[in-house]
Design a protein around this ligand. Structure first.
Ligand code: FMN
Length: 176
């Protein structure tokens, strides 16, 4: 059986590494976007226009159903893998502890149950993070809980958790 071609790409509400994630998405032609509610808002904060993506033919799924209806596409063999990039501290924590109460965490849980590989770019993983807020650069100090959740997620089967852009690109190359 041939592998499915499409990539399900989840965007959560992280400004950190949003630009780098969008730059990679822009170079791929087989991506459908899945947005958390915060992801949809943060894209606007950083001046991304979803209409432009729709006009280019990118399918966009927003978090508008309580049951995360789009996850059913994972059962239909549509997707080769799930990428969540950038992944907020909140999403990493939820995924690490098995919560699935929104579109992205449901996609992650169902991908795991279908044994579809996932790549997660956990962005708050260094002791000091210098990041672009909408109007200025800010310095943040991720807490022990963020670093612990990152480590916990790394222990999951079929999940590659990366913490930098180069490793994200390498992980994508591997599943291509
Ligand atoms: C402009 C802006 C930038 C943000 N950047 C980050 C970030 O880099 N990392 C993070 O963990 N949360 C960030 N947040 C907070 C998240 O959006 C918030 O925790 C949200 O509840 C995450 O929901 P989600 O994980 O479902 O996307 C940001 C919020 C705003 C308004």
């Amino acid at each position: 059986m041939t592998k499915p071609e499409r990539i399900a790409w989840g965007i959560t509400g992280s400004g950190h590494y949003l630009k780098e994630s969008m730059q990679i998405i822009d170079k791929l032609s087989n991506v459908d976007l899945f947005l958390s509610k915060a992801g949809e808002e943060v894209l606007k904060w950083y001046d991304y226009d979803l209409k432009e993506y729709k006009n280019k033919g990118v399918k966009i799924f927003k978090d508008v159903t309580a049951s995360s209806a789009p996850v059913s596409m994972l059962y239909d063999g549509v997707y080769r893998c799930l990428i969540v990039s950038p992944a907020t501290s909140n999403t990493v924590a939820q995924m690490a502890f098995g919560f699935s109460d929104n579109l992205i965490t449901n996609m992650f849980a169902q991908a795991g149950k279908c044994r579809i590989p996932s790549i997660v770019f956990a962005c708050d993983t260094e002791p000091t993070v210098i990041t672009q807020a909408p109007k200025k650069m800010v310095t943040l100090y991720p807490r022990k809980i963020e670093l612990d959740n990152f480590k916990k997620l790394k222990s999951f089967d079929d999940v590659s958790v990366v913490d930098n852009v180069d490793d994200l690109k390498k992980a994508i190359e591997k599943i291509k």
